[in-house]
Design a protein around this ligand. Structure first.
Ligand SMILES: [Zn+2]
Length: 72
């Protein structure tokens, strides 16, 4: 992906509005305590957050397979 961004003529980023502060948001905050990696079809389980307002899941709630991916 970084190589593609480096040679692209135009880069367009789709952003939404952070529901907490109103700034541009590019992250999804999970609102449920589900440990599933993806909660499919869960309307209301996520909300848009900016980098400042996004709260990462505690390591204890992160499945071991994801911790391995994050440590790379
Ligand atoms: Zn925010």
């Amino acid at each position: 992906m970084p190589q593609l961004l480096a040679i692209a003529s135009y880069i367009s980023k789709e952003l939404v509005i952070c529901v907490v502060c109103g700034n541009p948001a590019n992250r999804s905050q999970r609102l449920s305590d589900s440990l599933e990696r993806v909660v499919v079809g869960a309307a209301g389980a996520y909300e848009a957050r900016c980098r400042k307002c996004h709260v990462a899941a505690p390591v204890a709630m992160t499945p071991a397979s994801n911790i391995e991916l994050l440590s790379r």
